[in-house]
Design a protein around this ligand. Structure first.
Ligand code: S3P
Ligand code: PEP
Length: 425
């Protein structure tokens, strides 16, 4: 049975809206994991509730933590987390969540017993070999090189060299649990540049906020000292990457969208939207109400290396498909291993609507061409679905397949989109 089609609303007037985003997926899943590894009970406030974060909570529970949520609201929940001894015997469903499949196995290696992992059909195609080999090198018994696989600890930690050019999550995953290994961990990266650097800075910053000693002073080497992860209360920032389609709506329709609670300083890669959207023709300002993006209705093409902010590629590509000059996106070869092969998917869907896009070795070239309506396939990828919604604002007759797939990180996407547009149609 094919997934239902969602008629993407076309904006007939400029959008003027304030859009509050729930918590960051990346921060939520790090905070939940660190809370579950901590030296006492803690609280994670304003945590995202979505498929990826609920899978993380389920995984932590299966490994022995007590997880209780309260204050459920559209902006998130508060999780009371009581760590327990990490237990084997669990079967963990990672869904399609990179943060669950790469962050939880090192924690599972603290258990004296087998933990098995599996996920969605496409999750079995996502790269895992690098982190599984690293766990093996550190002393865990690992069966398999991709999902499904099993991990059996315990491991004592120590030094390991890996190539994290395929995903920053290989490195983040090891670092997040490392303080709990008897010898801590020293990880060396050897290979082409690591993508999504802000996510590594996020890992290091959050480890320090939980009292862990991390030395990242030498390029491509990270040393985590063994020691306690300190229990605390932690409040999650709004998800700035999920702000991307909403801020894009201001650009495409010549309106303005304000996102409240935009942090003054953050390690989230979505903060770089301020520069990227400016480069594409928006004006961006911090106001007392939040970050405001105002557009003219015209979008300029962009030449951008998105290696550091790879997860923004689908939205930037959607804007580029509506732009009045050519775009070239580079530095993102590794997103072929994201929720789907995003380079192939973006080319297929943009060209399927009459556009003119092609893949390069490490990115995309997109040239202006009038688009027409049609089905925009989402490949179970939340950011493909929201990219289709952005194009649909300007192109009548776009139907996005399986809009519910946005539940991976933003279950309320369709109603938030409708609310945003209510004043505009
Ligand atoms: O650590 C994280 O929370 C993430 C790291 C990045 O992964 P890659 O390094 O594989 O791009 C990013 O794209 C993903 O959405 C979230
Ligand atoms: C790449 C992404 O997710 P994941 O955490 O599953 O890797 C993403 O959200 O764009």
């Amino acid at each position: 049975m094919s997934a239902p089609l969602w008629p993407a609303p076309t904006a007939s007037a400029p959008v003027h809206a304030t859009v509050s985003l729930p918590g960051s997926k990346s921060v939520t899943n790090r905070a939940l994991l660190l809370a579950a590894l901590a030296d006492g009970p803690g609280v994670v406030r304003l945590a995202l509730r979505s498929r990826d974060s609920d899978l993380m909570a389920d995984a932590l529970r299966a490994l022995g933590a007590t997880m209780t949520s309260s204050n459920e609201s559209p902006s998130g929940s508060d999780w009371a987390v009581t760590p327990g001894p990490v237990v084997g015997g669990a079967r963990i469903d990672v869904g399609l969540a990179g943060t669950v499949m790469r962050f939880v196995p090192p924690m599972a290696a603290l258990a004296d017993g087998v933990v098995s992992f599996d996920g969605d059909p496409h999750a079995r195609k996502r790269p895992m070999g690098t982190i599984l080999a690293a766990l093996r090198a550190l002393g865990a018994e690992v069966r398999g090189d991709a999902l499904p696989f099993t991990v059996r600890g315990p491991l004592s930690g120590g030094e390991v060299t890996l190539d994290a050019s395929g995903s920053s999550q290989f490195l983040s995953g090891l670092l997040l649990t490392a303080a709990r290994f008897d010898k801590g961990v020293t990880v060396r990266h050897a290979g082409p540049p690591i993508p999504s650097q802000p996510h590594i800075l996020m890992t290091v910053a959050m480890l320090r906020e939980f009292g862990v000693q991390v030395d990242d002073s030498e390029p491509d080497v990270w040393r985590v000292e063994p020691g306690p992860i300190r229990a605390r209360e932690f409040t999650v920032e709004p998800d700035l990457s999920n702000a991307a389609p909403f801020l894009s709506a201001a650009m495409v329709t010549g309106g303005s969208v304000t996102v409240p609670g935009w942090p003054a300083e953050t390690t989230q890669p979505g903060d770089q939207l301020r520069q990227l959207l400016t480069d594409m023709g928006a004006s961006v300002e911090r106001t007392p109400d939040g970050l405001r993006v105002t557009g003219t209705g015209r979008v300029s093409g962009i030449e951008a290396d998105l290696r550091d902010v790879a997860e923004l590629t689908p939205t930037i590509a959607a804007l580029a498909a509506l732009a009045d000059s050519p775009s070239r996106i580079s530095g993102v070869a590794h997103i072929r291993g994201h929720e789907t092969d995003r380079l192939a998917a973006l080319v297929a869907e943009i060209n399927g609507l009459g556009g003119d896009a092609n893949e390069t070795d490490d990115g995309l070239e997109i040239r202006p061409r009038p688009l027409r309506g049609g089905v925009f396939h989402s490949y179970a990828d939340h950011r493909m679905a929201t990219a289709g919604a952005v194009i649909g604002l300007a192109v009548p007759g776009v139907e996005v397949e399986d809009i519910a797939t946005t539940g991976k990180t933003l279950p309320e996407f369709a109603s938030m989109w409708a609310d945003m547009l209510r004043g505009a149609r």
